[in-house]
Ligand binder design. Sequence first.
Ligand code: NAD
Length: 341
Amino acid sequence: MTIKVAINGYGTIGKRVAYAVSRQDDMKLAGVVKHSPDFEARMAVERGFDVYVSDSERIIKFEKAGIKVKGTKEDLFGKADVVVDATPEGIAEENKKKIYAPKKLNAIFEGGEEHSIAGTSFVAQANYAEALGQKYIRCVSCNTTGVVRILNALDKSFKVKRANVFLARRATDPHEIKKGPINAIVPDPVHVPSHHGPDAQTILKDMKISTMAIKVPTTLMHLHAFNVQVDKKVHAKDVIDALKQTPRVLLLHSEDGIHSTAGVTEYARELGRYRNDLYENAVWEDSIATDGNDIYLYQAIHQEADVVPENIDAIRAMFQLEKDAMKSIRKTDKSLGIKTP
Ligand code: NAD
C-alpha cells in the first residue's frame, strides 16, 4: 500500500517532512500547500512537488509571481490519505474542526498544538504501538522529542525514578528576523516547571519529570542538561552502552573539537545531509557522569530536524504499514541517512 501524503504549511518543518516523505517507498507526496508565493514555493515546483494554495484568493498572487499551482488545498486534500499539518501554532485546531474532521481525513499534527488535538502524542521509540491505527497523531515538539528519546532509553535500562531537565532554547530559527531575544537571557516561562515536563508525560505517562527552560540569543540548536535519578546505582559506562543502543541518539566528544552547539552544527554540515539536518539527539559522551543513582548529561537538539523522522514513523503507525516500531524506525532512518544501532 502507498499512502498519499499532503503537507499543509510548507515552512521549516513542512518542507523537511515533504522531503522525507518523498524518500519513502510506502508513501507518495501528493502535494504541498503554500501560503505565500515566495522562493520556497518556486523551488518546490522546481523540485517536482505539486504546489497548492491555502485559499483560492491567493491563486492570482501565485500566477502574478509566475508560480504554477495545481489548485487549492481542498483540491489536494481530496487526493490525500493523510495531511501533515505543519502550519504555525494554533491554525491546525481550526483546520481539524473545519476541514479534516468533516472530510474524515486523517491528520498528523505538530508540537505547537495541544495534546488534546489528537489525543495521541508520539515519539516512535517510546510509544509507536499506541499510535497504531489512530486517525490523529501529534508529533511532539523538538524539545519534547529530544527529552523523551533520552528518558525512555534510561527508563528501559535503569528504571527512572525522577528526571530534572534544564533546557536552553534557541531564540528562533535561522531564517527568522522578527523574534528575539538578541541581547538577553529569558526565563521561558518564568514560572516553574516549564511545559516540557508535562508534555513529555503525555508519552512517558508514569514518569516524574520536571523541566525548567530559558531562551537564549542563538538560532542553531537547543541545549539540554539532564539530571536523572534511577532505581539502582549506575556507572557512566552502563549509560554510554545504553545510549549506544538507542535509535536517533548520536554520541559526540568534546575531545573531538565539539565544544558547543556551533561545533555540533559544523559536525552536521560535515555529514553532508540535505539541509545539513541532524535528526539525532547529539549527546556529549564525555558529559555522561554518574553519582550513585544519579545520571548527568548534556545534549544538543537541532530543532528544525529531530521531529522529521518521527512524522514518517507516525504516518506508518497510523496506517499500520509496519506494526513493529524498530522496523519502521530502521526503514525511516535508512531513507534519511541515519545510522540505526
Ligand atoms: P513556519 O512558520 O516555519 O512554517 C509554517 C508555514 O505555514 C509557513 O510557510 C507559512 O507561510 C505557512 N502558513 C501560514 N498560514 C498558513 C495557512 N493558513 N495555511 C497553510 N500554510 C500556512 O513554522 P514551523 O516552525 O515549521 O512550525 C510548524 C509547526 O511545527 C508548529 O506547530 C511548531 O510548533 C512545530 N515545530 C516547529 C519546530 C521548529 O523548530 N521550527 C520544531 C518542532 C516542531
